[in-house]
Design a protein around this ligand. Structure first.
Ligand code: RB5
Length: 150
């Protein structure tokens, strides 16, 4: 898969290790920044990741900021994006199997590197099961997205 990866300054130190992990799992990474630890506005980078997924440049996105909260709020404004904030592997697995989430958000000030690596590994090795119950629920969300433009 092609994975869009973005971070803000609070998660900059996580970017290269996560990139190495993702590539080690056989994926290609598009590095959307940020590219140093200078303070930036997290929506800029979360939206770059979300747009890459929305526009088909990447199949999945991974975004890390301090808490993961701002990034997930921003990414979920983008049409077709289902961003999930995960603090451990269980929610990462559920986000894929139940929610078919396509952007993973992690808080680098919340979880340590090894937990972040576990979350990413779980995310990338868990497939959407296409269960009709879950598909029906996602369709309800998509219906709302289609009419809720303002
Ligand atoms: C940056 O200080 C911080 O607000 C950001 O990384 C993130 O936690 C926002 O939700």
């Amino acid at each position: 898969m092609i994975i869009a990866l973005g971070v803000d300054h609070a998660a900059f130190s996580y970017k290269d290790p996560i990139r190495t992990l993702v590539e080690g799992l056989g994926h290609t990474v598009i590095d959307l920044g940020t590219h140093n630890a200078d303070s930036v506005d997290y929506p800029v980078y979360a939206l770059k990741v979300a747009h890459a997924v929305r526009d088909g440049h990447a199949e999945q996105g991974i975004f890390l900021c301090g808490t993961g909260i701002g990034g997930s709020i921003a990414a979920n404004k983008v049409h077709g994006i289902r961003a999930a904030l995960c603090h451990e592997s269980y929610t990462a697995r559920m986000a894929r199997t139940h929610n078919n989430a396509n952007v993973l958000c992690i808080g680098a000030r919340v979880v340590g590197m090894s937990v972040a690596e576990e979350i990413v590994t779980t995310w990338l090795t868990t497939s959407w099961g296409d269960d009709p119950r879950h598909a029906r629920r996602l369709a309800l969300i998509a219906d709302e997205e289609a009419v809720s433009t303002r």
